[in-house]
Every structure is written in structure tokens, then in C-alpha cells.
Ligand binder design. Structure first.
Ligand SMILES: Nc1nc2c(c(=O)[nH]1)N[C@H]1C(S)=C(S)[C@@H](COP(=O)(O)OP(=O)(O)OC[C@H]3O[C@@H](n4cnc5c(=O)[nH]c(N)nc54)[C@H](O)[C@@H]3O)O[C@H]1N2
Ligand SMILES: Nc1nc2c(c(=O)[nH]1)N[C@H]1C(S)=C(S)[C@@H](COP(=O)(O)OP(=O)(O)OC[C@H]3O[C@@H](n4cnc5c(=O)[nH]c(N)nc54)[C@H](O)[C@@H]3O)O[C@H]1N2
Ligand code: SF4
Ligand SMILES: [Mo]
Length: 695
């Protein structure tokens, strides 16, 4: 068998960053120094501070190097051997299923896990545990864009074109995305766009470092993108700028979408969004007036209780102006986590089987059950979405196996989620560090990380990449794949051989399971990935070219057409009132990653971003009598968080912003509203009502 996992080669190993969806190419030297890869097209050598310092988290100073088991006598997590730890987990999961049935066990995964791990985790839940209760943190990420993309195009792949197309378009409408902080090396595509004479419109309630680059910055109230997009579409129609020929030839459903937009007059849109009508007209001039144009969305419009409809509205605008499926044009979503794309394709999602197949589809069940060597009828049906699953812990769910997420910091209404985790009969966490969620566990398993193991990830462009092992892991840690094999051996011995620890073997099976599905990896091999810059799915044929650009000839619906989805504006789940008069929105800063479990362990990053803060407008601060750096309390119906004030004229005076990277008193998610989008089940991280107080 071909293998690319040499242990500790003398030269630096070409691999990819452990963090975000850009998946920058990097080299890791035997002494663990990291450098950017000039030859990798996505980042051309550039790395952000997180990527540059990623090797710090490999150090045994900050990571877990042996299993921990909660002692019955001290109540504390104490060092234990691997056999004891694995036996304890198997016993905990077995007790739950014996007493309450298979759905009393739940599994929670992550979009940072490699394709192989995500695949094995989904297979483990459905064949070993036979539980329907599995979902993952990607539900909190781009699920609304995925749902809207499916509805419109019949297929969801974050970007349907490579990043290199961005500088070649005429206008980019960037909605609720702040790559200056969240994907710094990708900023190059926007500066090149401008150098080529293209224009950039940024839609964000804050004047971010990204918005500062824009030709036009629209700053709507949080949660009002839906109205904004409808207002732009209204003007496109009223000004006769819709592309009637494209609409006729390549789409269906225009009448309904058009009628809905016509009900959203610009003056009404101004009242709802706070964006003045002249700015709305300027945006339409730039966007509809450009020969080629793109709409790109990220978490701003997506993390709303109406995120799916909101993204549909932005897609409708792109369709009405004839963008998707044309060169250097279209709609795309910027995914977030390292494997945010692949992590949602191979079966850790509640309703899904590998290859982006539907768990409820009998043909999909038969195909995947065939690959797994089990009876299709033995596969459970779809389970609960991430927040609903976390909310059910300690209720009908009695035990949880968690891999690749830190919900104590990152889940909405986090104090409640923390209490649900504490109410479980049994919690097992596999992680590289002792995260805030691992601290609550009955057993913690220390696992290998990116530079110590091989696996594939799929970046925001749909480009499948090989992350290579560059270093030998410390003694005492094992890989997630080994963990699943050992648990299978204990819980369902006849299934153990279905859980190989060799990632290439898992990938071979994933290829077969995905064959014929929407996300078809059948033609992709490790050997091929080791040679080039990755392969874009779908790639059904061995050594086929892959598909960098989707939809050029047809969309993925049966009739080949894209569908308009008629949507109308509605308020956020929680609007400001007398008691909670201010909007809270949340997001990220450049030097910390997600729940901070990894990046809060890097000194250099902590110096750059030492703790939480509340960003507020000087006018709001003056009204409250709050000075720069002074602690303020932010109070919502869920709870109260305290952090220093950071004054900036770049935020709307009716809105405060908090980054969500920290636990403790400044935890933003103590405040957030778990109201869910009816289609994607995405919580409303981007808007809730709060009161701000001096402390
Ligand atoms: N440094 C860093 N980089 C990261 C991550 C990280 O944690 N840290 N995480 C990665 C992951 S998983 C993800 S998902 C991506 C996220 O990448 P982004 O989507 O770029 O990040 P966010 O900061 O969550 O949100 C983007 C912007 O949305 C704006 N916003 C808030 N409310 C609204 C609204 O109602 N409408 C609109 N239009 N905009 C709004 C915020 O002000 C913010 O500037 O980043 C990835 N990269
Ligand atoms: N308020 C607010 N909350 C948000 C968001 C927001 O914008 N606002 N954004 C949401 C979004 S988009 C996301 S993606 C989530 C992310 O939030 P989380 O799911 O908490 O993401 P991470 O902090 O990346 O957690 C990953 C955990 O897995 C561990 N880990 C890393 N690699 C591996 C591995 O290979 N195996 C195992 N077993 N463990 C590993 C890490 O050490 C870490 O503890 O947060 C969501 N929460
Ligand atoms: S931009 Fe993302 S992938 Fe690139 S170095 Fe930074 S965290 Fe890593
Ligand atoms: Mo994300």
C-alpha cells in the first residue's frame, strides 16, 4: 500500500494549518518551526499569527499527554492508563444504552476534524452505538448558507469557484464577513480586486478593518440583512436591471421572488435597516452595474434565526442579476473551520450520510449500509440539531461522547448548556487540551493533532487537501481514529475491523461511501493529493480533473435550473425593548480562534488579544457614563457578562459587539439567544437584546 506517513523525515514536511477554512499551506520542520508555503496557491506563503504560532500547542507544556478519569473518591480528574480510560467510557455508554435504549447515547463532533475522523465518528454513532443522536458544531457555523445553497442550486459547496476568481470579477458584495480578522491571507484577493479596477461593498453593522477597504460600507442594524437584500432586489427590478434572458433560461420561481421584493419599498427598508435610501441606490449601481459580480456571505447574515431566508434573499439578488454559473461571478459562502466544508459532507450531521447523502433517503441508506456491511434497516433515522441535542442532555440523553468542540464557551445560552452537560450520567471528551468542556468530563482522552497525524480536509473552495504528519506525537496520546477503534472493540466487537486506525484506509472507504453522492470523492486518492495543490470535488473518476467551478452549464436540480425562493422580512427573535434596549452582536478577533481552547494557550496570541471586551459607540458610552477600559455589564434574558468597554465610532450606537473566545465572567455566550432557524436549526448568535450597565 502506498503511504505518505513517514515518521519524522529530516526535511520540512508540506502540510496545512490546523485552524481556519482557508487551510493555508505551511511547512513544519523537524524542530517544529512553521513557515508559509509559497508554492501553495491559496496563501502563497502568507500565514496569520495563529498559523505562525500553531506549533506552540504541540508542546506538552500546554496539552494533555495522558488520559484522565474522574475519581470516585476525590471527585477530581486523575491520571489513568489508556485501558482504564477506554473501559470506563465503554461502560458509561453501555450503561446508558442498556438502561434507556440506543438514543440515550449522543455524539457531538466538530468541523475541525479531518474527513476521515468525521466519517468514522458518524459511522461509529450509527453502527456501534446505533444512536440517531449525533450532530456537530458546524450547525453553529454555515448551516444556513448550506440550506439556502441546497434550495437554490441543488448543491452546497461553500465557494463554487476558486478564490483566484475573486480579483477577476467586477464587484464583490461581502455580507457579514470580516476576513481582515478571520482570514487575513485572503484579504489579498480583495486588494487585487481593487487594483484591477473592481469594487468592494461591505455589509456589516461595524466598520471593521475589512469595511475600511470597501468602496461602500453599509451598516445595517443586526438581523436586518433580509430586508436590505430585498430592498436591493426591489431597486434592481424597478430600474429594469434584472437579467431577463438569464432568468428565463437558467432559473425558475422568479415571479414569486419578484413579487416579494416589490413589497419591500426602499423607504421601508431604510426604516428597518437604518441604511439610507441613497446608500442602497449606490450599492445597486455598483453591484448591478458591474459586468461580472459576486455575493459572498459569512456568519453575519447566516447566524440568525432567519439565516436561511436571509441567505436566500442574497442569492435571489445574485440570480436576478444573472451571476451564478457565469465566469468570475456568482454566490459563495466563506466557510469557517479547518474542515468546515468536508466536516459537513461525511456523516457527523444529524440528517446525513457520507458523500452529502440524506439519511432519510432509502437509496442512500442502502448504498452506505452496503459499504459498512450492515443492514440498512439497522441505521437510525435523523436526530436532533446541535443546540437541541445539547439542550436534551440529562433529559432523554444520558451519556455523551464529544470530539472536536468546546460548547461550554461556544454554544448559545452557554450557562444552560454547561448545566445540561453537568447533569449527564456520563461525559467523555477527546481533546488535545483540557478545554472548559473537558474539565466537566468523567473521562478525558488526549489525542494527536494536525502535525502529528495524516488526514484530509476540504477547504472553503471545496478543494480536498492532504494534511501530512510532520512530527512524532508525545508518548501517551493516541489518534481519534484509534480511540474509535478501541471503543468499537469494546462495545461491538464484530464491528471493530470497520474502524481502522490508518487514515488512508479510512479514506479508501470514504471514497466508496461517497461514490455517486453529491460530494463524490471516489476519484481522489492520497497519492494524488500528495502531488498537487488538492482536488476540487465532485471527482467521481479515478484521476479525473475534479470540479473547480460548479454550475457553468447547469445547476444541480433535476431540471438544471436554479430556484428563486420567495422570502419576506421578519424581525429578529428578540428585538430591543424598554428593558433590553440595545442589540448585541458577536464575532471574532484575529488573534484568537473559536472557543480559544487552543489559541488561549499561546503567549504571543494572548498578548495580542488578552481577554473579552465590549465594543460600543462613544455616544452610547457617554449616555451610560462609561469610559474606555472601564468594566461594563451586558445583561440579556439569559444572563450577565462583564468585560472592559472598548469605545469606537465604528459601531452603530444602537449595537454592542463582543468576541466569544473566552470563558468566565466575560463569556459572550452567557448572553446569546438560542432561537433557531426553522430550516437550518442555526442559533441566533448575531443578534439579541441586551442592557448595558456600569459596574
Ligand atoms: N481569528 C479568527 N479567525 C477565524 C475564526 C476565529 O475564531 N478567529 N473562526 C473561523 C470560523 S469557524 C468561522 S465561522 C469564520 C467566521 O468568519 P466571519 O464571518 O468573518 O466572522 P464573524 O466575526 O463571526 O462575523 C463577521 C462579521 O459579521 C458582522 N455582523 C454581526 N451581525 C451582523 C448582521 O446582522 N448582519 C451582517 N451583515 N453582519 C453582521 C460582525 O460585525 C462581524 O464583523 O472565521 C474563521 N476564522
Ligand atoms: N457568540 C458566538 N458564538 C459562536 C459563534 C459566534 O460567531 N458567536 N460562532 C460559532 C461557530 S461559527 C463555530 S464554528 C463554533 C466553534 O466553537 P467550538 O466548537 O467550541 O470550536 P473550537 O474552539 O475550535 O473547539 C474545538 C475543540 O476541539 C479540540 N480539537 C482540535 N482538533 C481536534 C482533533 O483533531 N480531535 C479532537 N478530538 N479535538 C480537537 C480543540 O482543542 C477544542 O477544544 O462556535 C460558535 N459559537
Ligand atoms: S488564515 Fe486560517 S489557515 Fe491561514 S494561517 Fe491563519 S488560521 Fe491558519
Ligand atoms: Mo465557524
Amino acid at each position: 500500500m502506498h503511504t505518505v506517513t513517514a515518521s519524522e523525515p529530516p526535511a520540512p514536511t508540506a502540510t496545512h494549518c490546523p485552524y481556519c477554512a482557508l487551510q493555508c499551506g505551511m511547512r513544519v520542520a523537524p524542530d517544529a518551526t512553521v513557515s508559509g508555503r509559497e508554492d501553495f496557491p491559496v496563501n502563497r506563503g502568507a500565514l496569520c499569527g495563529k498559523g505562525q504560532s500553531a506549533a506552540e500547542v504541540l508542546s506538552s507544556r500546554v496539552r494533555l499527554t495522558g488520559p484522565l478519569v474522574r475519581s470516585a473518591t476525590t471527585g477530581r480528574l486523575e491520571p489513568a492508563g489508556w485501558d482504564e480510560a477506554l473501559d470506563t467510557i465503554a461502560a458509561g455508554l453501555d450503561r446508558a444504552r442498556t438502561a434507556h435504549g440506543p438514543d440515550a447515547n449522543a455524539v457531538f463532533g466538530g468541523g475541525g476534524l479531518t474527513n476521515e475522523k468525521a466519517y468514522a465518528l458518524g459511522k461509529f454513532a450509527r453502527t456501534v452505538l446505533r444512536t440517531s443522536q449525533i450532530d456537530y458544531n458546524g450547525r453553529f457555523c454555515m448551516s444556513s448558507a448550506a440550506a439556502a445553497g441546497q434550495l437554490a442550486f441543488g448543491l452546497d459547496r461553500g465557494l463554487p469557484f476558486p478564490l483566484e476568481d475573486i480579483p477577476r470579477t467586477g464587484c464583490v458584495l461581502l455580507v457579514g464577513s470580516n476576513p481582515a480578522e478571520t482570514m487575513p491571507p485572503a484579504l489579498r484577493y480583495l486588494t487585487e480586486l481593487k487594483a484591477n479596477g473592481g469594487t468592494l461593498i461591505v455589509v456589516d453593522p461595524r466598520r471593521t478593518r475589512t469595511a475600511e477597504l470597501a468602496d461602500l460600507h453599509l451598516a445595517p442594524r443586526p438581523g436586518t440583512d433580509l430586508a436590505l437584500a430585498l430592498g436591493m432586489l426591489h431597486l434592481v427590478v424597478a430600474q429594469g436591471r434584472a437579467d431577463e434572458a438569464y432568468i428565463r433560461e437558467r432559473t425558475s420561481g422568479w415571479e414569486g421572488a419578484r413579487a416579494a421584493a416589490m413589497a419591500h419599498w426602499p423607504e421601508y427598508v431604510e426604516r428597518v435597516t437604518g441604511v439610507p435610501v441613497p446608500r442602497l441606490r449606490e450599492a445597486v449601481d455598483l453591484f448591478a452595474g458591474a459586468g461580472e459580480a459576486m455575493v459572498l456571505t459569512a456568519r453575519g447574515p447566516e447566524q440568525q434565526a432567519k439565516g436561511t431566508d436571509t441567505v436566500s434573499a442574497w442569492i435571489n439578488l445574485a440570480l436576478a442579476t444573472g451571476r451564478p454559473g457565469r465566469p468570475h461571478s456568482g454566490y459563495g459562502c466563506l466557510t469557517g473551520q479547518g474542515n468546515g466544508q468536508g466536516g459537513r459532507e461525511h456523516g457527523q450531521k444529524a440528517d446525513q450520510l457520507p458523500g452529502y447523502r440524506k439519511l432519510a433517503d432509502p437509496a442512500a441508506r442502502a448504498h452506505v449500509a452496503g459499504v459498512w456491511g450492515v443492514d440498512p434497516d439497522s441505521l437510525p433515522g435523523p436526530g436532533r440539531s446541535a443546540y437541541e441535542l445539547l439542550d436534551a442532555l440529562g433529559g432523554d440523553i444520558r451519556a455523551l461522547l464529544l470530539m472536536g468542540s468546546n460548547p461550554v464557551v461556544s454554544a448559545p445560552r452557554a450557562a444552560h448548556v454547561e448545566q445540561r452537560l453537568r447533569s449527564l450520567d456520563f461525559l467523555a471528551v477527546a481533546d488535545v487540551v483540557l478545554s472548559e468542556t473537558a474539565e466537566l468530563a468523567d473521562v478525558v482522552l488526549p489525542v494527536t493533532q494536525w502535525a502529528e497525524e495524516t488526514g484530509t480536509v476540504t477547504n472553503l473552495e471545496g478543494r480536498v487537501l492532504l494534511r501530512r504528519r510532520a512530527l512524532t506525537p508525545p508518548d501517551g496520546v493516541r489518534s481519534d481514529l484509534e480511540v474509535l477503534r478501541e471503543l468499537a472493540a469494546r462495545l461491538a466487537p464484530d464491528l471493530e475491523k470497520g474502524f481502522p486506525a490508518d487514515p488512508e484506509e479510512v479514506f479508501g472507504e470514504l471514497r466508496r461511501a461517497s461514490a455517486g453522492g453529491p460530494a463524490d470523492y471516489a476519484g481522489i486518492s492520497y497519492e494524488r493529493l500528495a502531488q498537487g495543490d488538492g482536488v476540487f470535488w465532485p471527482c467521481p473518476e479515478p484521476d479525473g480533473a475534479g470540479t473547480p467551478r460548479l454550475f457553468l452549464d447547469r445547476f444541480a436540480h433535476e431540471d438544471g435550473r436554479a430556484r428563486f425562493v420567495p422570502v419576506t422580512h421578519r424581525p429578529a427573535a428578540e428585538e430591543p425593548d424598554a428593558e433590553y434596549p440595545v442589540h448585541l452582536t458577536t464575532g471574532r478577533v484575529v488573534a484568537q480562534y473559536q472557543s480559544g481552547a487552543q489559541t488561549r494557550r499561546v503567549d504571543e496570541l494572548n498578548r495580542a488579544a488578552p481577554g473579552p471586551f465590549v465594543e460600543l459607540h462613544p455616544r452610547l458610552a457617554a449616555r451610560l457614563g462609561v469610559a474606555e477600559g472601564e468594566d461594563v455589564a451586558v445583561v440579556s434574558r439569559r444572563g450577565r457578562a462583564v468585560a472592559p468597554a472598548r469605545l469606537t465610532p465604528g459601531i452603530r450606537p444602537d449595537t454592542v459587539f463582543m468576541p466569544f473566545h473566552w470563558p468566565g465572567p466575560g463569556r459572550a455566550n452567557t448572553l446569546t439567544n438560542p432561537a433557531l432557524d426553522p430550516t437550518s436549526r442555526m442559533p441566533e448568535f448575531k443578534v439579541c437584546a441586551v442592557r448595558v450597565e456600569r459596574v
